[in-house]
Design a binder for this molecule. Structure first.
Ligand code: SF4
Ligand code: SF4
Length: 86
């Protein structure tokens, strides 16, 4: 699993993550107009949700990556991600 929520407040409800995910990880909460990472264990670390996220609301932990990604946010290690949540 690699996808994480970075900041739910910045999710603008564009649904790109929901649309592009090949593993059906996301659901959409109509009441809050935000995506939900409903099945994180299904994530295959393709990075498509992260790259398409309009609100910069998602986070990718790169413990499974074997390739470089470039985007507005650098991928972080699982350890770094945990530190940010404390
Ligand atoms: S990284 Fe890929 S498989 Fe994982 S949640 Fe995002 S789009 Fe789906
Ligand atoms: S792509 Fe980003 S901003 Fe759009 S619904 Fe998904 S998490 Fe929210």
């Amino acid at each position: 699993m690699s996808v994480r929520r970075y900041d739910l407040d910045t999710c603008i409800g564009c649904r790109y993550c929901f649309i592009v995910c090949p593993m059906d990880v996301f659901r959409f909460d109509e009441e809050t107009n935000k995506s939900v990472i409903a099945y994180p264990d299904n994530c295959q670390s393709c990075g498509q949700c992260y790259l398409h996220c309009s609100g910069k609301s998602l986070h990718i932990v790169n413990d499974q990556f074997t390739y470089a990604m470039t985007s507005h946010r650098a991928p972080v290690t699982a350890y770094e991600h945990k530190k940010r949540l404390i």
